[in-house]
Structures are given as C-alpha cells and as structure tokens.
Unconditional design. Structure first.
Length: 126
C-alpha cells in the first residue's frame, strides 16, 4: 500500500506504478481488496481487475503533495505546476483537518472523506 500510480483512461483503464514525483502520478493506493464495494466509500477512484488468476481492486486516493498541485478531471488526476494554466481544475493542498466529515474548517474548499473522517483543505488555482 502507498504506491504512487497513474490511472489512464483511453479505450480502457490502466494502472501503472510510477515515481511519486512523476507528472503522471495522481493517485496513491491506500488499500487492495477483492471487489470495489470493499473500498472505503470516500476514495477518489477504484481500479478493478478480473483475470484468470483472480480479481483485485486498488482503492485510490489523490496523491497530494506540498510541492505542486493536482489537475483533477472526472476520471483522472495528474500533477501540475500550480501556475500552469494549460492544466484545468488545479487544486493546491493547504492542510488536513482530522475528525471531521465536512469542509467547515477549510476557508477555500476541500475534499471530504466522510467515511474516514478527514478533509484535505485545498485552494482552487485560477
């Protein structure tokens, strides 16, 4: 667990282990389970594989870093310089608020994790 990965969706989804500083790193594996319904309800994405030797699901959270922003789309996330206006939906992580199920402690917004009771406070980049 904790591996940095890229999740790419073109014709089908692929999950690749990458360097945590890689521009394609948008997620970290937080748990590996058999089926998607076993992931915590508040993960960012789930990657499911069913092959002849068995099945597994990688439960993924965004790979936040104080060094840069994440460009977050509907289906993928990638690293981006916070001032790179060519990347849409850039979010800069500010801090983590524990023991909460809301964004109340985040003045500029954030990403709640109600099942695990924490929020990543972020600032949307213009």
């Amino acid at each position: 667990m904790g591996a940095c990965v890229s999740l790419e969706r073109v014709e089908y989804s692929t999950l690749k282990i990458v360097d945590c500083g890689s521009p394609t790193n948008g997620y970290k594996i937080i748990q590996r389970v058999s089926t998607p319904d076993q992931c915590p309800a508040d993960v960012a994405q789930k990657f499911y594989m069913n092959y002849s030797e068995g099945q597994f699901t990688a439960c993924l959270d965004y790979a936040w870093s104080t060094a840069d922003c994440l460009s977050i789309g509907n289906m993928t996330a990638v690293r981006a310089a916070c001032d790179d206006t060519s990347k849409p939906n850039r979010e800069r992580p500010l801090n983590i608020v524990f023991n909460t199920t809301s964004k109340a402690g985040c003045p500029t917004g954030g990403f709640t994790h109600a099942a695990r009771k924490f929020t990543i406070c972020t600032e949307t980049q213009k």
